[in-house]
Design a protein around this ligand. Sequence first.
Ligand code: AHR
Length: 514
Amino acid sequence: MKKQLLALAAMLAVSAGALAADIKVVVSADQPGPVIHRNIYGQFAEHLGTGIYEGMWVGPESKIPNVRGWRKDVVAALKDLKVPLVRWPGGCFADEYHWRDGIGPRNKRPVKVNTHWGGVPENNAVGTHEFFDLVEQLGAEAYVNANMGTGTPQEAAEWLEYMTGEGNATIVEQRRKNGRDKPFRVHYYALGNETWGCGGNMRPEYYADLYRHWATFLKTPAHNRPLFIASGGNDVDTTWTEVLSKNVKHNFDAIAHHAYTFPSGKWEGKGAAAGFPEAEWISMLSQVKKIDDTLAKSRVILDKNDPAKKLAIYFDEWGSWYDPEPGSNPGFLVQRNTLRDALLAALHFNVFHSHAERVKMSNVAQMVNVLQAMILTSKDKLVLTPTYHAFKLYTPFQDATSLPVKVENNPVYKHDKFEMPGLSVTAGRAKDGKLYVGLVNANATQAAELDLQVGAAAPKTVKGQVLTAGAMDAQNELGKAAQVVPQPFEAKATDGKLTIKLPAKSIVVVAVEG
Ligand code: AHR
C-alpha cells in the first residue's frame, strides 16, 4: 500500500510539473543547421478569381494608383513582406495557358474562357511581360509554370527561349519588339501542375517519361538557366517523389508537392472559414503533423535515391481551403482569413524550417483574394489579413541558419477527438546576426509559460512581437477596425531565468538580446 501511494505521489508530481511552468525551451546556438531558404516564404499568384485581375492588376488606365497597371498599394504591402518569389500563372490554369496569348499589344490579345476557374473571360492582359514587371517591382524571383496538360514540348521550350534568349533569333527579336531588350531572369521553370489531377490525370511513371522527354529540349544561356521543377505528389502521397527521383535525371532540380488543409479533413464539405467551434480550430492546426510526416517520408526517399542531395522539395501550394464565401462565385475561391489561418501559417513555417535541408521553397496559396491570402481587396481598398502578419513576423527567418530547439514538457493540447503538441518552436540565426525564436501556442483557451534557454543559460532579454486576438476567428475586415495586428512583446530574465508567457492562440517571434 505504502509503495502504491509513493508511486501515485511521484506520478502526480510529474503531471503537476508538466501542467505548470515546467516547460523549457532550449536552443542550441552552437549547432548550426541548414539555411532556411528565403523562398520558404514564397507566394503563388494564379489567374483565378480576383487574385490577379482587380486584386493586383488594374491596368495602366485605372483611377486606382498603379505603376504600369499594378496597384501601388498592393505592391507596397507585398514589398514590406519581403516576398522572395512569385509562382505564376497557375495552378490548374497553367495547364490551359498558352503563353503566346499573353504577349504583344494588349488590345489585340485573344479573349478566352477561364474554364477551370469560374468560367469567366480571360483577356490575357497579364502575360509574360506584365508578370516580370510585377516581380521586378517586388524585387522577387520569378517562378514560371509551363503548360504540359494542353501544351507541347515545343511551346514550353519556345517560351523559355522567348524569355531568356540573347541572340537574333526571330523569337528573341519578337520579345524586343514587345518592349524587352534584356532577357528576363527566369529563376524557376516547372513542367505541368498537379499532373496527377487537373494537369492531365497522369500516373507518375507516365509523367516521369514525359518530363524526361520535354526537359530534353529546355535550353537557355548557361548564366540564365532556371532550376527545373517536376510536378509531384499531393497530400500524403509520396509515390511521385519515389518514381521521379528514381527515373528522372536531366534538367531536374526539384520536385513540387502540394497539400491543403480543410477543417473536415475532406474535400467535400470542407468547413467554414469563420464562426467555427474549437473542434474545427484544432482539427485544422493538428493536420500540420501530416505535412511534417510526409516531408520526413519524402526525405528518406530522397536520401536513398539522391544521396548527393541535389534535389530539393518545393512545397509550392499549401494553405487553408474552406467552403466558398456565401454569395461569391464558387470558382473564385474567396474565403475569410482569421487568426486560425495565421497560426496555421506559422505552424507550416516551423515544419518547413525543420526540413530546411531539402525544403527550399514553399508557396502559400494564394497571394491576393484567393484561398489563404495575404491581402484582400475591394475596389480601391485593401486589408492585410492575419496570415499577412504571420508572414511579416517571420521575415527574420528568411535565409537564417536554423538552430536545433528542444521543448521539454511540451503540454498536449486536446479537444474533441483531436490532439497535438501545445507548443511549436523554431529558432535561427538571422542575417542580421541576431538569434530569433518563433513560438506558437496552439491552445485556443490556455496560456502557456515557458523558460527559455540558449544552451545552458537564460538570455537577459527577448524582444519582438505577438500576434493574437480575443476570438479564434478574429479577422481584419474592410471598413472595420482590424482585430488581428501584431503587438510589441518583451520579456526579461529574473534570478537567472527568462520566462515567456504565451497567450492562448498566439504567435510570438522574438530576438534574443544579451
Ligand atoms: O490554388 C488553387 C488550386 O489548387 C490550384 O490551381 C491547383 O494547383 C490546386 O488544386
